[in-house]
Ligand binder design. Structure first.
Ligand SMILES: C[S@@+](CC[C@H](N)C(=O)[O-])C[C@H]1O[C@@H](n2cnc3c(N)ncnc32)[C@H](O)[C@@H]1O
Ligand code: SF4
Length: 298
């Protein structure tokens, strides 16, 4: 049940770490919507459309009357950062006006969403409270990115992460465990680690790719070359990924509900401890508690 005076177009998704944030639906759906693994915005009511600024202002004002002390805000839906610099600035100014104790604003962000925004513009958005974006890199391997039609490459993802850092906006990067299947597993792990090493994001999380609505569309992109990873293969892939990471100050998490094995820590400090935990899961079944199938979800 929706207790807020906002008319959401369902379903609405948000990162787990935004559970306490006010979700402001400043756009509906995803402007790209072509990644073959993602069914989040494929239902007819989720066709991409920016919300009119007057509607957004009305939502902000009505929530502020009921809950003026809100401090965290998440701009939905799938890639709110596709909105123009001017529109994002208007939205952030409005949040600042009605919520004087605002602490942070975050949003999902595709690398291409910031291509047309300058570092100066991004820094201005940061100054208005946009402190972090969740970037769905998914992989740093160009072959895998091509097979899943992400529409991005190692270089475009790198450009975006470097630009965000230059503007002072933190990146929380999402990586998909198992995305390349068996054939591309190793290169997916190694090239994704290389992308992280060259960009040093503040947060990295991994999710296990899952297909609650079927994997037909996803398989088609691999031309018959997709063989899903078994649980131990998923662990091996994460092990390869972490072993190749050379991060100085990044919070790493694989605690999303899609993961069998929960890993959390600071990289580099906790790298060896995480590798040891994966080795235990691989070599001594039962020694580490794993999520059961019924406990997993997207
Ligand atoms: C709601 S999407 C929005 C992210 C944003 N549009 C982007 O691509 O950068 C958030 C994340 O969910 C994850 N996701 C989407 N489909 C998934 C699937 N089938 N299995 C696991 N994770 C998935 C991807 O990591 C994706 O980046
Ligand atoms: S992963 Fe992101 S960009 Fe790709 S379809 Fe889903 S929401 Fe859109």
């Amino acid at each position: 049940m929706n207790y807020l005076p906002i008319d959401y177009i369902e379903p609405v998704f948000r990162p787990p770490s935004e559970a306490r944030s006010l979700i402001l639906q400043v756009s509906n759906g995803c402007s790209y919507n072509r990644c073959t693994f993602c069914d989040m915005y494929t239902s007819p009511q989720k066709k991409f459309k920016p919300k009119a600024i007057a509607e957004i202002e009305k939502d902000i004002k009505t929530v502020a009357e009921k809950m003026p002390g809100m401090t965290r805000f998440f701009l939905a839906d799938g890639d709110a950062m596709t909105l123009s610099f001017r529109r994002l600035k208007e939205i952030l100014e409005c949040i600042n006006q009605y919520f004087p104790s605002m602490e942070r604003v975050t949003a999902y962000c595709l690398p291409r969403n910031i291509k047309k925004k300058t570092v100066e513009e991004l820094a201005e958005l940061k100054g208005l409270g946009l402190s972090m974006v969740y970037v769905g890199c998914e992989s740093g391997d160009d072959k895998v990115l091509e097979c899943v039609q992400k529409g991005e490459t190692f270089e475009t993802s790198k450009d975006a992460l470097v630009k965000l850092k230059a503007a002072g906006i933190k990146s929380s990067v999402m990586i998909l465990n198992g995305l390349g299947g068996r054939k591309f597993s190793e290169q997916h792990a190694i090239n994704t680690a290389r992308l992280m090493n060259e960009t040093q994001p503040e947060f990295v999380s991994t999710l296990v790719v899952s297909f609650p609505m079927g994997e037909e569309r996803f398989r088609a992109g691999f031309n018959g070359d997709y063989e899903p990873l078994q649980q131990s293969d998923l662990f091996t892939e994460i092990r390869t990924f972490i072993a190749h990471l050379e991060l100085k100050n990044t919070v790493f998490r694989s605690d999303h509900a899609s993961n069998y094995l929960v890993l959390k820590g600071d990289l580099g400090a906790d790298k060896q401890a995480m590798l040891d935990k994966i080795d235990l899961a691989l070599n001594k079944p039962g020694a580490i508690p794993l999520r059961q199938e019924w406990q997993r979800g997207l």
